[in-house]
Design a protein around this ligand. Structure first.
Ligand code: IMP
Length: 179
């Protein structure tokens, strides 16, 4: 797949639709975790905007942790290699941990995170992702909260980048030459 840098990405999921869906996910999480305290893990960099919107829709005691991973470099497909750029130093033992991802593509990054956090003996470990590309999934892992399922295409905006650009777009966008 080739992305031409001269092309402006087109809107795939508008801002209002994202806002509504994030509210719904927050409501669902409020119900599911009623009476519990959550450790929400923001997987950097891509999920920082989704994370900050989602936690503002969660009405439960919550602490925030940040896990820095890089798996892409400037490529648009998953390498399967994950580099930890920032680790969580707080103990997760007996905590209800909610991993917040921007997008699950092959799922290799998610698998890496799950395996790594599971060794810290949380009381529970669940996943929320804004976007999910089911066609690209190569792992057998349950995703607890999915914002939107999308086709197997490269998207940017609302925190997601191509070569570190486009993260500030308020919507999710795609490149037309892909269609
Ligand atoms: P996976 O390991 O293949 O599931 O890839 C997950 C990571 O790759 C995500 O957390 C993103 O950072 C990045 N990624 C996957 N697909 C896209 C995309 O369409 N746009 C931007 N980043 C993506």
């Amino acid at each position: 797949m080739v992305i031409r840098p001269d092309q402006e990405p087109k809107v795939l999921i508008p801002q209002a639709k994202i806002r509504k869906r994030v509210e719904e996910l927050g409501n669902q999480i409020n119900q599911d975790y009623e009476g519990k305290e959550i450790v929400a893990v923001c997987v950097l960099k891509g999920s920082f905007i989704f994370f900050s919107d989602l936690i503002r829709n969660i009405d439960l005691p919550l602490s925030c942790e940040f896990l820095g991973l890089s798996s892409y470099g400037n490529e648009t497909r998953s390498s399967g290699e994950v580099k930890v750029t920032l680790d969580i130093n707080e103990p997760l033992e007996n905590k209800h941990v909610l991993i917040v991802e921007d997008i699950v593509d092959s799922g290799l990054t998610l698998q890496y995170i799950k395996n790594s956090l599971q060794t810290r003996n949380p009381a529970s470990l669940k996943i929320a992702t804004l976007l999910f590309k089911p066609e690209a999934l190569v792992i057998d892992s349950k995703i607890d909260y999915v914002g939107f399922q999308i086709n197997n295409e490269f998207v940017v905006g609302y925190g997601l980048d191509y070569a570190q650009k486009y993260r500030g777009l308020p919507h999710i966008a795609y490149f037309e030459n892909e269609h």
